[in-house]
Ligand binder design. Structure first.
Ligand code: EPZ
Length: 417
């Protein structure tokens, strides 16, 4: 895949766009398939790098996984993970939650300690604490995590923090076998509800997702079938930021508005006109926006950290100053250096960024260093005067499926070179 995007800004965006299945839903759903011995189809999948990485992980433990168009076909009947090869799971963050499913079905798992990434250390202490609370014996030996789940039973886990990944891992750990698992202070994200619906669709017994207390009753086996995950609320909100800042009129389909209310509220505060439908949202904007006094990232239903860079890009040319507080990750403002190269006026101190609106941004050569920071550079370049060349596009390709094609359909002057 080529590694640069060239964008000539100033084009208003118009039209309609459908979002694919949510990356942060499909990834745990793929892990969940490890627990079933039947063929499973996951529909409407985006062709993005993180999904290909999870496909490799399934194959590395002897399962079958193929992306046939937009349908993921997975069959873990032959899966037998003696040891997940460390060069695979060290790669992407989403691999840590293969622990739960492997323990549920095979009672033993060894994976490499998942690496940090560009936005932070990404510790897994809550995952380990939770699994130990359920009777899993975990030893850490030279960078590998050896998990013995022979004595795993149900139990109650009180999470210090509503971690999305830890909630998903612990939900899956309790799906097969005896006993009941209760997770308190669980994450409430829509992707958690989707995982509950998927597990129950396959014959599991999970309840409470979307509230702070999730209960999982062990069953003997899971079945197969075809499932369509929820749409990607972060991809959808990214496109809304794009049309908000360029000006125009775009309808994004395939996502429930209530999954984006925190973002929609801030876009309305910035003077975007937002209309909600049962299956999506229309945003109309003059392109001249107002600053938003303060945005703080929080666990769902608060403002999502995965939209922090994109909304900051939108506010660079708003009238007035906005204050952005990043409470979730310790290193998620790196992209602001690149935005300042385009003429933005952003001051960052620890987890706070102050964005002072400027009349316009100017095209420049910039580089993406993480997924959502890269998406923010695209948003900014679409509104900037002149030409921008964005390198490091592989980061953006982790979460956006051919982003240049989607935006070109809406009228953007963008190409991959
Ligand atoms: C998921 O990551 C998402 N990834 C992230 O999306 C998203 O930003 C994050 O949830 C928060 O919504 C996937 O779903 C694949 P967390 P996850 O555990 O599960 C700390 C994207 O751009 N923490 O809720 O890793 C952690 O350091 C990605 O699509 C611990 O301290 O998020 C962070 O500060 C980026 N110990 C905070 O909790 C732990 O054991 C949130 O982490 C686990 C997490």
């Amino acid at each position: 895949m080529k590694n640069q995007l060239i964008i000539r800004g100033g084009k208003r965006l118009h039209g309609e766009i459908d979002v694919s299945a949510a990356k942060n839903s499909v990834l745990p759903l793929i892990a969940c398939c490890i627990m079933s011995e039947r063929e499973i189809h996951i529909r409407n999948c985006p062709a993005i790098a993180d999904i290909y990485s999870m496909i490799e992980i399934i194959r590395s433990i002897g399962g079958r996984a193929d992306l046939d168009g937009t349908t993921l076909v997975i069959d873990c009947k032959e899966a037998n993970p003696k040891r997940v090869s460390s060069d695979l799971t060290g790669g992407i963050r989403s691999s840590v939650f293969i622990l739960g499913p492997i323990l549920a079905r095979f009672r033993h798992a060894t994976i490499s300690y998942p690496g940090g990434c560009e936005i932070g250390l990404r510790p897994i202490d809550l995952h380990i604490y939770g699994l130990k609370s359920l009777g899993v014996r975990i030893t850490e030996v030279n960078g590998m995590l050896d998990c013995d789940g022979t004595a795993k039973s149900g139990g109650i886990v009180d999470l210090d923090f509503p971690s999305v990944g830890a909630t998903e891992n612990l939900m899956m750990a309790g799906v097969l076998g005896q006993g009941t698992t209760v997770i308190r202070n669980a994450a409430r994200e829509p992707e958690i509800i989707d995982l509950q619906n998927f597990i129950n669709f396959l014959g599991g017994k999970v309840s409470g997702a979307g509230t702070g207390v999730i209960t999982v009753e062990g069953v003997s086996a899971l079945s197969g079938g075809e499932y369509t995950p929820i749409g990607d609320r972060i991809v959808a909100a990214t496109y809304l930021c794009a049309v908000g800042v360029t000006g125009g009129n775009v309808r994004v389909k395939g996502i429930k508005p209530e999954y984006m209310h925190a973002v929609l509220q801030k876009l309305r505060r910035a003077d975007c006109n937002v209309t909600e439908f049962s299956d999506g949202v229309r945003l109309e904007s003059s392109g001249k926006l107002r600053a938003v006094h303060k945005i703080e990232t929080q666990p769902f239903p608060g403002f999502p950290t995965d939209m922090q860079p994109q909304i900051t890009a939108l506010l660079c040319t708003a009238i007035g100053s906005s204050c952005i507080v990043e409470n979730m990750f310790e290193n998620r403002f790196k992209y602001t250096v690149q935005l300042n190269k385009m003429g933005a006026n952003i001051i960052v101190k620890d987890r706070v960024a102050v964005v002072k609106g400027v009349p316009s941004l100017y095209g420049a050569p910039v580089s993406a260093e993480d997924l959502r920071g890269g998406a923010a550079l695209v948003v900014a370049a679409l509104a900037a005067q002149g030409e921008s060349v964005i390198s490091g596009v592989r980061h953006i390709d982790r979460g956006y499926d051919k982003i240049e094609q989607s935006l070109a359909v809406l009228g953007a002057d963008i190409a991959r070179i």
